[in-house]
Ligand binder design. Structure first.
Ligand SMILES: NC(=O)c1ccc[n+]([C@@H]2O[C@H](COP(=O)([O-])OP(=O)(O)OC[C@H]3O[C@@H](n4cnc5c(N)ncnc54)[C@H](OP(=O)(O)O)[C@@H]3O)[C@@H](O)[C@H]2O)c1
Length: 391
C-alpha cells in the first residue's frame, strides 16, 4: 500500500520517514510548498546522522515529492492533481504542523486544525479509502497539572496551557468526527516531548527544548540591551554564583516526559502495523520514566548563564529579566506539571519493545550543547559540576 507523509522534513517526520523507508520501496513526501528543497533537506539529515552513502543515493528515486500547503483547501493542489494523489494512496501519515508554543490561536488553527481537515479531505477523496495516521500530542491533556492522563481521554475541562495544545486538541476532535461520519479507521499517536542526542546543526530541525533556551537567551539579551556581552553578567539581581537570578513559578517535584525521537518513530510505526479496531485508536507514545524538572532546569543553566530558582508564587518585585519571562506563560507553565501519562494500551500491545532506555543528562546535553561545549560543563576548579539525576 503506497504511503504518504506530511511533515517529512520535521524533527519527528525525518525519523518517521527513516522507519517507513525500512518497509516501503517508495514514499510520497507531502512537502511544504515554498520551503527549502525537501529532498535536499532529507538527504542532508540522512548524511548527517550517519546513513550510508549508498542509501542516501537511492532517495531521489524512492521519494516522490509533492509540494503542498496544509493551510489551503486541497492542500493547495489543482483539482485533478489532488484527486490523482488521493487515489494513489493507501496510508497517509500526518506529522506536519506548527509546534510554536508561543503562537497565537488563529495561526495555529490554520496549520494544525485546518491542516488536519485538509489531510482528512485527501483521505476522503481517495478511492482506496486510505488509512489516516494522525500525529497528535500527549499535551492535548491540557492544563491538568497533576494526576494521570489516559489514552481514551479527550476533553477540555482543564483548559489549555497555550494555543498549541488547544489547536492539537481541536485537530483530534476533527479526526474523531471524520472517523464517525465516514466510518473510517484512524490512528491517533500522542507523543510527549521529543528529544534527541544528535547535536544541534543548522541543517537539522531544531530540538524542541531549544525553545526554552532561546526564550531565556532572548530575555537575557533584552533585559540588558547595552551590555557588552549578552552572555556576560546582566543587570539583574545576581544569584549565588554571580549569574542573574531568575525566579520562576514551578514545583520542586514537577517532572516532564521526554522521549527520544528515534524511539518514538519506531513505536509509532510498530503501532501502525497492528490490527486496527475500525474506529479511532489512540496511543500515548511516552517514556515510562519522567525527568524531574530540576534536571531540566540544571540543563538550561548550563546552556544559558542564568541561575533559575523555582518558586511557588510570582515574585512581587520582578527583575527586568523575570518580567520578560512573564511573556511566555504557555512555556514556563510546564515547570509546575506533575501529571503522568498512562500508556497501558501501548505497553499491552507492543510488550517490551515499547520500553526505552532512560533519558540521561548526558543524552540531553549532547542534543542541546553548542559544538564548542560538547563535554559536560565544568565548575571553576575544573571538575564536572553535579546535576540532579532522574529518580
Ligand atoms: N517535537 C515534539 O516534541 C512533539 C511532541 C509531541 C507532538 N509533536 C507533533 O509531532 C508533529 C511533528 O512535529 P515536529 O517536531 O516534527 O515539528 P517540526 O520539526 O516543526 O516540523 C514541522 C513539519 O511540518 C511542515 N509544515 C509546517 N507548516 C506546513 C504547511 N503549512 N504545509 C505543509 N507542511 C507544513 C514543516 O515543513 P517545513 O519545515 O518545510 O516548514 C515540517 O516538515 C506535529 O504534529 C507536532 O504537533 C511534536
Amino acid at each position: 500500500m503506497h504511503v504518504a507523509l506530511t511533515g517529512a522534513t520535521g524533527f519527528l517526520g525525518l525519523r518517521l520517514l527513516r522507519r517507513l523507508l525500512d518497509t516501503h520501496r517508495s514514499v510520497t513526501v507531502l512537502a511544504h510548498a515554498g520551503s527549502e528543497n525537501a529532498l535536499h533537506r532529507i538527504a542532508r539529515f540522512f548524511e548527517l546522522t550517519g546513513s550510508p552513502q549508498a542509501f542516501t543515493a537511492t532517495l531521489p528515486r524512492r521519494l516522490r515529492v509533492v509540494e503542498t500547503d496544509l493551510t489551503l483547501p486541497r492542500l493547495g493542489l489543482p483539482g485533478r492533481a489532488f484527486q490523482t494523489l488521493a487515489d494513489s494512496l493507501g496510508t497517509i501519515w500526518h506529522s506536519a504542523g506548527s509546534i510554536n508554543l508561543e503562537g497565537d490561536l488563529p495561526e495555529l488553527r490554520r496549520t494544525n486544525v485546518e491542516g488536519t481537515r485538509h489531510v482528512l479531505e485527501l483521505a476522503t477523496a481517495g478511492r482506496r479509502r486510505p488509512v489516516v495516521h494522525h500525529v497528535s500530542t500527549a499535551f492535548v491533556a491540557g492544563g491538568r497539572r497533576t494526576g494521570v492522563a489516559y489514552e481514551d481521554e479527550l476533553d477540555d475541562t482543564d483548559g489549555f496551557e497555550n494555543a498549541y495544545e488547544r489547536s492539537k486538541y481541536e485537530a483530534e476532535l476533527l479526526v474523531h468526527a471524520w472517523s464517525r461520519e465516514h466510518r473510517r479507521p484512524a490512528l491517533v499517536l500522542r507523543p510527549s516531548i521529543l528529544v534527541t542526542d544528535v547535536p544541534p546543526h543548522h541543517g537539522l530541525p531544531s530540538h524542541p527544548l531549544l525553545v526554552i533556551e532561546r526564550i531565556l537567551r532572548d530575555a537575557r539579551r533584552a533585559a540588558d540591551p547595552h551590555g557588552p556581552d549578552p552572555l556576560g553578567p546582566g543587570p539583574d539581581v545576581p544569584g549565588p554564583d554571580g549569574r542573574p537570578r531568575v525566579r520562576t513559578v514551578g514545583h520542586p517535584h514537577a517532572r516532564l516526559n521526554l522521549l527520544p525521537v528515534e524511539h518514538a518513530a519506531e513505536v509509532m510505526v510498530a503501532l501502525a502495523g497492528l490490527t486496527a479496531s475500525g474506529g479511532v485508536d489512540t496511543y500515548h507514545v511516552v517514556h515510562d520514566r519522567d525527568v524531574p524538572v530540576p534536571t531540566v532546569v540544571a540543563l538550561l543553566e548550563r546552556l544559558v548563564p542564568v541561575s533559575i530558582d523555582l518558586v511557588t508564587a510570582k515574585p512581587d518585585d520582578p527583575s527586568a529579566l523575570e518580567a520578560l519571562l512573564d511573556f511566555y506563560p504557555g512555556v514556563t507553565a510546564y515547570l509546575a506539571h506533575r501529571r503522568r501519562f498512562d500508556d497501558t494500551r501501548v505497553r499491552t500491545r507492543l510488550g517490551p519493545s515499547a520500553a526505552c532506555a532512560p533519558v540521561s543528562l548526558d543524552y540531553l546535553w549532547s542534543g542541546l550543547a553548542p559544538p564548542a561545549d560538547r563535554t559536560l560543563a565544568r565548575s571553576p576548579d575544573g571538575s564536572p559540576t553535579a546535576l540532579p539525576t532522574a529518580p
